[in-house]
Ligand binder design. Structure first.
Ligand code: NOJ
Length: 567
């Protein structure tokens, strides 16, 4: 492979997010672990993914399940030890699978030794490693910033009579990235893992690293503004976050982190810029080559199952990116409800809806044929559902606080459904979170035996992506004629042209109008590469063809010289 394409492996890669606690438990304590992932590497290889993103593996107080770190260079004993991790890295690399780690940069756990020192006295050497301030007046926090989850962003600490700032839970105090010692300590931790051979990081809450030094209050949003998604009704969205996130200094830090990362070859930085503002998220690409390689776009997590919304979200993201930037694509992750629930009814207790799997196939085909690097979320390939949990079953602190208004994020974190056997084949012990009852029919074992299952479809799609460069590096062009019921677009690379048509509706749709669009001239026949309603290799003439309900069709032109094989 050319050196440049070796370095750019992440542009062709399909990433797979593993929620550590829930993927596979090998040591029988009910919690997923590193040896469990090693056991399932063959499965991941046969699925065809190129890189794994592991949610935090560091020792943690596990209040927010890994996102409250107590040691940045250690391994949480629940998951194994450093030799387990090195074995995972070696075995994954042997299968050509990269491994990236979650790096929780913005905050530590309250139990991190740094914070314990910092809170011990006002003149402690680590005092300035966190953000401590006096209240505005007795009993009043320093300003009106609010946290992303609980409302309060300042916690009063009796010992020293000051408040500390937390953008998330109070158990996760924000680090003061303006302090050079903090930066050095965190960069050293990054270097430690890069030296060990990890292929990069997913950076948690990356737009929150730096806050306004003067602690100015954020202005409020206009309450009568038009809402794009349901999240905007939350109190956190009432403020315009111009002083507590997305500050210029954050970009400077990330540029330095990029230089550090680039001093190792072939590594990647993927950022979680927690915002629905696509251009703010896109700003973390920097010039396109000097900040993060990939940044998630939160709008994919909320767009409904409508061709126009899919198209709008994709185009908006494409347009927001700087010239050399490469899109990053994901429909689900461990903080969001699984997209199958958004598209086809929330919970499996309502019974399996007929349209669930066909819709999941459309979503998969879209995600895996768009231009960019797709991120799959474990279990998405078998159509795992959002789980309904009773208050006494809830583990996520956000769910504990807000149930039933918000049942928390556990719904999309239930154990991977490997088989219809005990505990969904996830563990011999009682799992830390109850498996979703759908595992009786929705599991890897059954779907591996069914050529028409969602899992088989994902496998075929991933294989096709590997075979056809147009589907990874190719230019994308949407065909305007087709946006009311279905989407159509082409991917093009050198002489390779691929046409993708996705019918979002449960009705037949004629393609005769589409066949006349200039992009698809001269008219000719197409050969099916992959689809849900036609055989591979079958030829079709768009002029007389109809898309079947919820059909996915991926096809290539048949060269004129080649005689049509009429079916
Ligand atoms: C984003 C992570 O994805 C989420 O799970 C976590 O709770 C917060 N950041 C805080 O670290």
């Amino acid at each position: 492979m050319r050196e440049s394409s070796k370095n750019d492996w992440w542009k062709r890669a399909v990433f797979y997010e593993i929620y550590m606690r829930s993927f596979k438990d090998a040591n029988g304590d009910g919690v997923g672990d590193i040896p469990g992932i090693i056991e399932k590497l063959e499965y991941l290889h046969s699925l065809g993914v190129d890189a794994l993103w592991l949610t935090p593996i560091n020792p943690s107080t596990d209040y927010d399940f890994g996102y409250d770190v107590t040691d940045y260079t250690g391994v949480n004993p629940l998951f194994g030890n450093i030799s387990d991790f090195q074995r995972l890295l070696a075995e994954a690399h042997a299968l050509d699978i990269k491994v990236i780690l979650d790096f929780v940069l913005n905050h530590t756990s309250v139990e991190h030794p740094w914070f314990k020192e910092s809170r011990s006295s006002r003149d402690n050497l680590k005092r300035d490693w966190y953000i401590w301030r006096d209240g505005r007046s007795p009993g009043k926090p320093p300003n009106r910033w609010i946290s992303r989850v609980t409302g309060k962003a300042w916690e009063y600490d009796q010992t020293t009579g000051q408040y500390y700032y937390h953008a998330f839970f109070k158990q996760q105090p924000d680090l003061n990235w303006r302090n050079p010692e903090v930066k050095r300590a965190m960069f050293d931790a990054a270097k430690y893992w890069l030296d060990l051979g990890v292929d990069g990081f997913r950076l948690d809450l990356v737009n929150h690293l730096v806050e306004d030094e003067l602690l100015r209050d954020n202005p409020f949003n206009n309450p009568l503004r038009s809402f794009r998604n349901i999240h905007e009704i939350l109190p956190y969205e009432w403020q315009k976050h111009i002083y507590d996130r997305d500050l210029e200094e954050t970009h400077e830090i990330l540029k330095e982190l990029r230089s550090l990362t680039d001093s190792f070859s072939s590594r990647v930085l993927v950022g979680e810029a927690a915002t629905f503002d696509a251009s703010a998220a896109a700003s973390y690409y920097g010039s396109g080559s000097d900040e993060l390689h990939l940044v998630f776009n939160f709008n994919f997590f909320t767009c409904p199952f409508e061709p126009r919304s899919f198209l709008h979200t994709a185009l908006e993201w494409q347009d927001a990116l700087p010239q050399d930037a490469w899109p990053c694509l994901a429909f689900s992750n461990h903080d969001q409800p699984r997209h199958i629930g958004r598209f086809a009814g929330s919970f499996s207790i309502y019974g399996e809806r007929e349209d669930a799997i066909p819709k999941a196939k459309i979503a998969a085909a879209f995600l895996l044929t768009l231009r960019g690097s797709p991120f799959l979320y474990y279990g998405e390939e078998i159509g795992m559902r959002n789980s309904f949990l009773w208050p006494w079953e809830v583990k996520d602190p956000a769910g504990k606080i807000f149930w039933p208004l918000f049942q928390g994020r556990d719904m999309s974190r239930t154990p991977m459904q490997w088989s219809p056997g005990k505990n969904a084949g996830f563990s011999i012990a009682r799992p830390w979170l109850r498996p979703d009852p759908s595992y009786g029919y929705c599991n890897v074992l059954y779907q591996e035996q069914d050529p028409y299952s969602l899992l088989s479809f994902y496998r075929k799609l991933l294989r096709l992506r590997k075979e056809r460069e147009a589907l990874t590096l190719g230019e994308i062009e949407f065909i305007p004629a087709a946006t009311s019921d279905y989407l159509a677009y082409t991917r093009k690379f050198n002489n390779e042209l691929i046409l993708i048509i996705l019918n979002f509706k449960p009705i037949l749709n004629s393609l005769s109008q589409l066949s006349e669009t200039p992009q698809l001239q001269p008219p000719g026949s197409w050969r099916v590469l992959l689809g849900t309603s036609r055989r591979e290799g079958e030829s079709l003439d768009l002029k007389n063809a109809w898309m079947r309900p919820y059909e996915v069709l991926i096809a290539e032109p048949i060269p004129i010289s080649e005689p049509d094989r009429a079916d």
